[in-house]
Design a protein around this ligand. Structure first.
Ligand code: BES
Ligand code: MN
Ligand code: MN
Length: 462
């Protein structure tokens, strides 16, 4: 790939301005109030894909937000890369914790990003990372160096479970036919320690409701005599982990694959400093399942976490009350071979089982998906590794991530192809949190590395 560095240097300012414009549109898929903005973002992506030389660019309607599809087929005998990304973002709240408004992007220097980072919701997850692919495409078409066929599929519902994308994929297997899927929606270890994500955790997300008396009660007149749904709910939740922080749901670990000592030793080679980790989070100790390291706990082990809990009086001052209902949202991160539908069933059965007399329990599943692992001896992995070697001057480390992109397992099932996860974000980029950002260096490095993946994938596929 000739001239990639000079092309980026020449067009850097425009690459940044274009991304900043995209980040100004609040494409929050979870909140219906932003429907117009989500749709506007889809149109903006469509325009950008047309501008960079895709032949067919379509807005594909679904029962929810549309999928932007584009392709450029140069030769049927050459391999085809399918690029996936998402243009929707997480809600920005709590808004008061942002140092600058989430949809008014600004570039600021940070310790980890001395060249500056773009602060905005979606900067890293995933508008910034998705847009690297659009700009990489621009480079390849503008300099006549596109080495293979390419298809883009950019969705607007990733942050809410990708339910309509699943249907779209199942109904369009021919259209989406490819030799490898390429995604930048994960992270890497550090700017000087490139890594390729080789695993994603699965997910089961549920909501629980505990109901006691038929109305809120005076906590003096009734306290002690009836089951308090908040007391009961917190007790039930606390019982979901034992003293070793193992999850107590019967059958939960049945299909969990235990890694060999050799695999674990290999994993432990990835650079990691516990003190830096604790300092970055202002905690005096880490916490988790006995017998596993921090890096194992957040990648190869399944977890159960309360994501939200509410009920009773939470306003100013005090109100003496026993609430009629208490609620919680719970996520379980799963590892490959754990089936999310089965885990959801096991959770529901167990949670209903442990409810004491005096309350009723309702468990409502939200969304979920299977985990994913990919081998490091595939053509795709080797091509990615070579691309990083060229642009970072180092062999990237394979690393299993704790996050989830549930659609990746479905891609493998329906499209029969492997996914390569080339993420350029850092864990400290605060995705889903206030002050999300994406390093300018990372953005440009992504644009530089992606075309080399195309090159090596095409060469190695011969
Ligand atoms: N891009 C993230 C997932 C991710 C981030 C994976 C960093 C690995 C490293 C994605 O947008 C996301 O947030 N996924 C959700 C699941 C989804 C069903 C809402 C998640 O992991 O919570
Ligand atoms: Mn994402
Ligand atoms: Mn996300």
């Amino acid at each position: 790939m000739n001239q990639i560095k000079s092309y980026i240097a020449e067009h850097k300012e425009r690459f940044l301005t274009e991304l900043i414009d995209l980040l100004k549109i609040p494409s929050i898929s979870a909140d219906k109030a932003y429907k117009k903005d989500v749709l506007k973002t889809a149109d903006a992506i469509k325009d950008s894909l047309e501008k960079v030389g895709c032949d067919t660019v379509q807005i594909c309607k679904t029962d929810g937000y549309p999928i932007v599809y584009a392709q450029k087929i140069i030769d049927k005998n050459l391999p085809t890369i399918l690029v996936y990304g998402h243009y929707d973002v997480q809600p920005p709240d709590p808004i008061n914790l942002w140092d600058s408004p989430p949809f008014e992007p600004i570039i600021k220097k940070t310790d980890k990003h001395p060249d500056g980072a773009i602060f905005a919701r979606g900067a890293c997850d995933d508008k910034g990372q998705m847009y690297m692919h659009v700009k990489a495409m621009e480079f390849m078409t503008a300099t006549n160096q596109l080495p293979c066929n390419v298809k883009f599929m950019i969705e607007g519902e990733e942050e809410v479970g990708s339910a309509n994308l699943a249907t779209f994929v199942k109904n369009n297997t021919e259209k989406l036919k490819n030799d490898v899927i390429l995604i930048s929606d994960t992270g890497m270890i550090a700017n000087h320690v490139p890594s390729i994500t080789t695993g994603l955790r699965g997910l089961s997300y549920v909501e629980v409701e505990v109901t006691g008396p038929n109305r809120d009660l005076h906590s003096g007149l009734y306290g002690g005599a009836v089951a308090n749904p908040i007391n009961i709910l917190t007790k039930m939740i606390a019982s979901l982990h034992d003293e070793n922080n193992h999850i107590t749901i019967p059958g939960f670990y049945d299909n969990v694959e235990e890694l060999s000592q050799k695999e674990r030793a290999e994993m432990a080679k990835a650079p990691f400093n516990l003190d830096t980790y604790k300092k970055a989070l202002d905690i005096n100790a880490v916490y988790g399942e006995v017998g596993y390291t921090t890096n194992e706990r957040n990648s190869i082990r399944p977890t159960l976490d309360v994501n939200g809990i509410w009920g009773g009086y939470t306003g100013e001052g005090a109100k003496t009350v026993i609430a009629s209902k208490a609620y919680a949202k719970i996520s379980m991160r799963l590892v490959p071979n754990q089936d999310w539908l089965n885990i959801t069933k096991l959770f529901k059965k167990h949670f209903e089982n442990i409810a004491p007399q005096g309350v009723t329990v309702k468990v409502t599943p939200h969304h979920g998906g299977q985990g994913y692992v990919t081998p490091i001896d595939s053509v795709g992995y080797k091509a990615a590794s070579k691309a990083y070697q060229d642009t970072f001057g180092k062999t990237p480390i394979p690393q299993r991530s704790g996050g989830s992109i549930p659609i990746v397992a479905l891609f493998e099932q329906e499209l029969k192809s492997k996914t390569i996860l080339m993420g350029f974000g850092l864990d400290s980029d605060a995705i889903h949190s206030p002050n999300e950002h994406f390093g300018v260096w990372n953005y440009l490095k992504g644009i530089e590395t992606i075309p080399l993946f195309y090159k090596y994938f095409t060469e190695l596929s011969k």
